[in-house]
Design a protein around this ligand. Structure first.
Ligand code: SF4
Length: 338
């Protein structure tokens, strides 16, 4: 089910746009659907045909997904294992300070070498109603004021569904547009599409290296956009919407933490309307990739910061909770002290 299907169902029941908006807003808040009253000229009036049809619609929306398991972390985050109607699983992460990280695909076709999700390939798209239902589910636990599209999947590969979800969340969902964060490895379709939308989300671009050859190796199936081109595109979008781009840099020891890379960052990002998020890889002992030592990370931040690149170190939220998705380990971000 997609979001236009929900609006069509309500229209078929005889709901005017104002009625439909009220019903959808109740769903987005994780509340029972508002069945309104039969009294005309009151704020809560809903036609009888709509009230009669709501239980069936409500059952369908409730059936889009269900919580399969919850793993609370020590940092205020919680990993929600979510089962979709066909039995496929995705993860959402409740982040501290009213954030939520949602999944947009089951699996992912980009195949980033350091990501668990990429290893499975793409299994299926997550529909726009299923994306929004992750927010409705999370709101049963706590308020959600920020949604980051950084869970399983590459949002650019499911653009229609993600754009529909963003539009609804930024209107009836009551979330500020810059608190909707579209995360992508970089895809020309994103830069063409998002500026035309009425809800223009913030953008997080997975940069990871300033070297085109290394980026092709680490992100084997990402579109062939060079780091320079990506930053040019990002800068144009940031100036257009009026909030900065977040550049994501998963820090891999001995791979992309060299002084040459730091100088490459200065060349690319100095003076740009941007924030650089360094995300130390959340490694296990046996992993092929490891995070750099804490001392090295501090040096890097100081070096970049003192030369004018706004740099933050962020940890994956819920690191203490083992989960199946390397993507979430890498990208469900929370600031840590540096
Ligand atoms: Fe896909 Fe993101 Fe994982 Fe890369 S890091 S494989 S884009 S989910």
């Amino acid at each position: 089910m997609r979001i236009p299907d929900i609006h069509q169902r309500l229209a078929d029941l005889g709901a005017k746009p104002a009625h439909a908006g009220r019903v959808v807003r109740a769903w987005l808040q994780g509340k029972p659907l508002d069945t309104g009253t039969r009294h005309q000229h009151t704020e809560n009036f809903l036609p009888l045909s709509v009230r009669d049809g709501l239980p069936a619609l409500s059952a369908e929306l409730d059936g889009l997904l269900r919580l399969s398991a919850e793993h609370p972390g020590n940092d205020g985050s919680a990993r929600l294992l979510v089962k979709l109607r066909d039995g496929q699983m995705v993860e959402s992460v409740l982040l501290p300070r009213d954030g939520l990280c949602v999944s947009t695909q089951v699996g992912c076709a980009v195949g980033c070498l350091f990501c668990m999700t990429g290893k499975s390939g793409l299994l299926r798209q997550v529909g726009s109603a299923e994306i929004v239902a992750q927010v409705a589910l999370a709101r049963r636990f706590r308020p959600v004021k920020k949604v980051v599209f950084m869970g399983m999947g590459e949002p650019a590969h499911n653009l229609e569904n993600v754009v529909e979800a963003i539009d609804l969340l930024g209107t009836d969902g009551g979330i500020g547009h810059k608190n909707l964060v579209f995360s992508t490895v970089g895809d020309l379709r994103v830069f063409e599409r998002l500026p035309r939308e009425r809800v223009k989300p913030a953008l997080a671009l997975s940069l990871h290296t300033t070297r085109a050859d290394l980026r092709e190796r680490l992100l084997p199936k990402a579109p062939r956009i060079t780091p320079d081109e990506l930053v040019d595109l990002g800068e144009r979008y940031a100036r257009d919407i009026g909030y900065p781009i977040q550049y994501q840099w998963t820090l891999l020891k001995g791979i992309n933490d060299s002084p040459d890379e730091m100088d490459g960052i200065l060349r690319l990002l100095k003076g740009k309307y941007a924030v650089l998020n360094l995300i130390p890889y959340n490694s296990l002992d046996e992993d092929e990739y490891q995070r750099p030592d804490g001392e090295r990370i501090v040096q890097m931040v100081r070096y970049l910061h003192s030369r004018g690149v706004l740099t933050k170190v962020r940890n994956s939220a819920g690191q203490d909770v083992e989960g199946g998705c390397g993507q979430l380990r890498a990208r469900a971000l929370e600031p840590i002290a540096t």
